[in-house]
Design a protein. Structure first.
Length: 414
């Protein structure tokens, strides 16, 4: 007796993933091996604790899996210690704060309005509620991180912890400079590299190692693993961070997801991963060229990484919310996104964020992404034109019909 209601929704989601051009910058498509791991019997096992120090019997095989995941992650990034149990990036960040801060301590993070993340001190998030967060942002002209302002704030505010990293920032981040400021001011330096972890792994973005004291990441973005988080840190913080995660804030680890993480890290260590990561950036540059050719304004003038922020308000007089909906209707998935110094509320926003990691996994190259940018600009410039909409849907179909990934699979990866 199958639960058809759920299975039919899963089937529809698989079809959506096949038919749409997926441009959410934080999403990706995992390999069949990772699908298998996350749908495996490891979901049945309780393993509170850490390898060889569990609160349950029968953990010998999940211990092997978790140890492989930890060792591989340390090897990839040259980290001293890894914890692969965080259920998400937010959980990873929470554990770090719990380990290193006291309630009310001062922290400096990137403003959400300028590309930061909710867990970097938004007033409605646990981070902003429990700690005294201050923020740095981007320069009004260049729309790139204002490093002078950053340095000034590190010395003026004297935070206990500084958080670098972003969710919607298209330019290279100078971790070395930021670490140097923190070292001089006596602040702990944490990098949340969730968005760019895969680019760092491939040597295509300057690494936060060995500059940062602690580095958090998700595993499902450019790293192309299962949905989850991880923490890496200098040995001196290892015990406190492990204890903060478990028993501090999480219970049993998701061993099926940790198996998926171990497989992801194995894939990242292969030569073709570097090629993949390079293609992500080439594809983003190709989109950048096409958007600019079509007269669209890009925040910070373009991209160095896997994403672009398109100012749709300045480019075609509509909000990000309207643009996101119009693109949904032609089977292109994006998300509305605030741009620096936005005059719209976050739920309307003046921009959309587009990223290349997911469709690069599906095999798209520069010419495909140029065509995607042209379809987007054509659609948005002709918002009320039904014939244009139909033409765009047809052009999207031509692109996705070339994709073979997941074509013969079921929603459970068989
Ligand atoms: N929600 C993620 C993103 O889309 O960037 C960040 O956690």
């Amino acid at each position: 007796m199958k639960d058809n209601a759920v299975f039919e929704s899963m089937e529809r989601e698989l079809n959506r993933q096949r038919q749409n051009i997926e441009l959410i910058a934080s999403e990706n498509f995992v390999s069949e091996d990772i699908l298998k791991a996350t749908g495996s019997v490891l979901t049945n096992k309780y393993a509170e604790g850490y390898p060889a120090k569990r609160y349950y019997g029968g953990c010998q095989f999940v211990d092997e899996v978790e140890t492989l995941a930890k060792d591989r992650l340390c090897t990839i990034f040259g980290a001293e210690h890894a914890n692969v149990q965080p259920h998400s990036g937010a959980q990873a960040n929470t554990a770090v704060y719990l380990a290193l801060l006291n309630h009310g301590d001062k922290v400096l993070g990137m403003s959400l309005a300028d590309g930061g993340h909710l867990t970097h001190g938004h007033p409605l998030n646990f981070s902003g509620i429990n700690y005294e967060f201050h923020s740095y942002g981007v320069d009004k002209e260049s729309e790139m991180i204002d490093y002078e302002e950053f340095k000034r704030k590190v010395f003026e505010i004297k935070p206990k912890l500084v958080v670098a990293g972003a969710s919607a920032y298209s330019r290279t981040i100078d971790f070395e400079f930021m670490a140097q400021c923190c070292q001089e001011a006596g602040a702990i330096f944490m990098v949340d590299m969730a968005h760019i972890a895969g680019l760092v792994a491939a040597g295509l973005h300057p690494s936060p190692f060995p500059h940062a004291d602690v580095v958090t990441t998700t595993t499902h973005k450019t790293l192309r693993g299962p949905r989850g988080g991880a923490i890496m840190c200098k040995e001196q913080y290892a015990k406190d961070i492990d204890r903060a995660l478990f028993p501090g804030m999480q219970g049993g680890p998701l061993m099926h997801v940790i198996a998926g993480k171990a497989i992801c890290f194995h894939e990242v260590m292969q030569d073709d991963y570097k090629e993949y990561a390079g293609q992500i950036i080439k594809n983003a540059k190709a989109m950048e060229e096409s958007f600019i050719e079509e007269g669209f304004r890009l925040v910070a003038g373009g991209t160095d990484n896997h994403l672009l922020l398109v100012d749709v308000k300045a480019s075609c007089g509509m909000t990000g919310k309207v643009a996101e909906k119009l693109l949904d209707e032609i089977n292109i998935t994006t998300n509305k996104n605030a741009i620096p110094f936005d005059t719209e509320k976050p739920f309307q926003a003046s921009g959309i964020r587009v990223g290349t990691p997911a469709m690069t996994t599906k095999g798209f190259k520069e010419a495909d992404f140029r065509e995607v940018a042209k379809i987007i600009t054509y659609c948005l410039k002709n918002a009320d034109n039904q014939a244009v909409k139909e033409e765009c849907i047809a052009r999207v179909k031509v692109l996705v019909d070339k994709v073979t990934m997941y074509q013969n699979k079921t929603y459970i990866g068989d």
